[in-house]
Design a protein around this ligand. Sequence first.
Ligand code: HEC
Length: 97
Amino acid sequence: MKRICYATVLVAGSLSSIVHAEIDARAIAFNCRNCHTESSLDPKSSISSLKNVSAQQIRQALLDFKYDRKPATLMPRLAKGYSDEELAAVAEYLSRK
Ligand code: HEC
């Protein structure tokens, strides 16, 4: 009986580590950099490079896009694809780069 209990704990433990998997902010940021690049091929591009924008500002903009509080074209669709935690993580990552 004891052995079964240990097994249950082990399974529950590994499941929770899947749920709380580390967010790979760098991988998400690669996606952002497709558009938000510092060396845009088009010098007239209106898409911000996000350089010198704080993590707090990026995070707030992303949440506003996600919850339709900020009218826009592309970003609401993109932001809806990520959890709030992922958006916070990528905002933090981008503000450091
Ligand atoms: C396909 C191109 C594209 C990708 C990919 C993209 N963006 Fe955007 N982003 C835009 C456009 C276009 C705007 C202007 C708002 C709009 O119309 O959606 C914008 C606006 C923003 C703004 C507001 C900037 C400002 O000056 O107001 C932030 C912050 C932002 N994006 C962050 C991100 C993050 C973080 C990612 C990655 C998760 C990302 N974007 C991925 C195209 C893109």
